[in-house]
Design a protein around this ligand. Structure first.
Ligand SMILES: Nc1ncnc2c1ncn2[C@@H]1O[C@H](COP(=O)(O)OP(=O)(O)OP(=O)(O)O)[C@@H](O)[C@H]1O
Ligand SMILES: [Mg+2]
Length: 315
């Protein structure tokens, strides 16, 4: 196996931008990752996949890629498969882990099958929408739901609905992003996120927003969002959600690095939301925040992610 000094002698591409709804977030993640890798001593090629086909990596004889693309096309297995066909080693989860984690419906089906806690849900497909009894579905899920496109990120296309009219409108909006929508029973409680690096869960972060939920504005624009790390849980509780997050991460076939989002309901039970296989990576994003508390600086974090991916690839 190559050591990190040998890998640093090879050029590495940071794939960023792309065509998804999370393009803007990815532009920021990619720039920060490229900067961190340069600081760690790598020779970096920053490549916007909207502008350049992946074959530029072959033309430039680049054998390593750091995937900094969020959302569909970058986080869902598509680019992972393309890179494999080109014999290029990439960071993070493989095709299966990426595809399953991107799909919130399949992820929840897997959580359930593995006995992992996740809130009650229903799935609405676009072609079944005209015949749907919206009020009945809402009542079945407890009268208040979160509406989520099955394969999006950054809270894009999401809305709370507690009346049939709101649910109808939220579905119309969400169908603009995906043909399959997840309706999840509303969870009334605090929310947490757990960064995963290799086989390890990093210190848990508790997010708090005065907004209705942790939406796009709370994530990227608002100054009123609070991040607590240490997260305020007891050591035993923190261990519990770290273990649960690792189980969820492994269940969807994710690997290398990522982030698991969860909430605690009013009965005090943990509820898994989702696994992110390419979470945000600006200097102020959640994974770098947790890494910092763990004692890893940003450039050390990106170096570790590359090393983990190369080790994974050698197995
Ligand atoms: N069932 C729920 N009840 C209440 N709030 C929820 C529920 N599901 C999600 N949320 C809120 O919406 C936010 C986004 O949800 P989720 O993590 O599922 O979507 P996402 O867009 O994929 O997020 P990310 O940016 O992490 O990729 C959560 O952080 C939480 O604040
Ligand atoms: Mg999330």
């Amino acid at each position: 196996m190559m050591n990190i000094e040998q890998i640093k002698k090879q050029p590495i591409a940071v794939l960023y931008g792309g065509n998804s709804a999370e393009r803007d977030v990815s532009l920021n993640s990619g720039k920060a990752i490229a900067q961190g890798l340069k600081q760690a001593g790598f020779t970096v090629h920053l490549i916007d996949t909207k502008e350049h086909p992946l074959t530029v990596l072959v033309d430039k004889n680049i054998k390593y890629a750091f995937i900094a693309l969020h959302g569909r096309g970058g986080e869902d297995g598509a680019i992972q498969g393309a890179l494999e066909s080109l014999n290029i080693t990439y960071t993070g989860s493989n095709v299966l882990g990426s595809a399953l984690s991107m799909d919130k419906v399949r992820s929840k089906q897997i959580f359930k099958a593995c006995g992992l806690p996740t809130a009650p849900f229903a799935v609405v497909k676009k072609n079944a929408f005209p015949q749907l009894d919206v009020a009945h579905l809402l009542a079945k899920l407890g009268g208040k739901v979160m509406v989520k496109p099955a394969r999006e990120g950054s809270s894009i296309g999401m809305a709370m609905a507690d009346t049939a009219t709101k649910l109808h409108n939220a579905l119309v909006e969400a169908f603009g992003f995906d043909g399959e929508i997840l309706l999840e029973a509303w969870i009334d409680g605090p929310e947490y996120t757990v960064a995963i690096l290799g086989e390890e869960a990093l210190p848990v972060i508790h997010m708090q927003t005065p907004r209705e939920f942790y939406d796009y504005e709370a994530k990227y624009q608002s100054t009123s969002t609070q991040y607590h790390c240490p997260c305020g849980l007891s050591v035993a509780q923190e261990e519990q959600i770290k273990t649960l997050s690792l189980q969820a991460f492994n269940a969807t076939g994710a690997s290398g690095w990522g982030r698991v989002d969860l909430m605690r309901n009013s009965q005090g039970e943990w509820q898994l939301l989702e696994v992110n296989t390419v979470p945000g990576m600006t200097e102020t994003s959640l994974v770098p925040k947790a890494a910092k508390v763990h004692g890893l600086k940003f450039d050390e974090l990106v170096e570790r992610i590359v090393l983990l991916s190369v080790a994974n690839n050698d197995v």
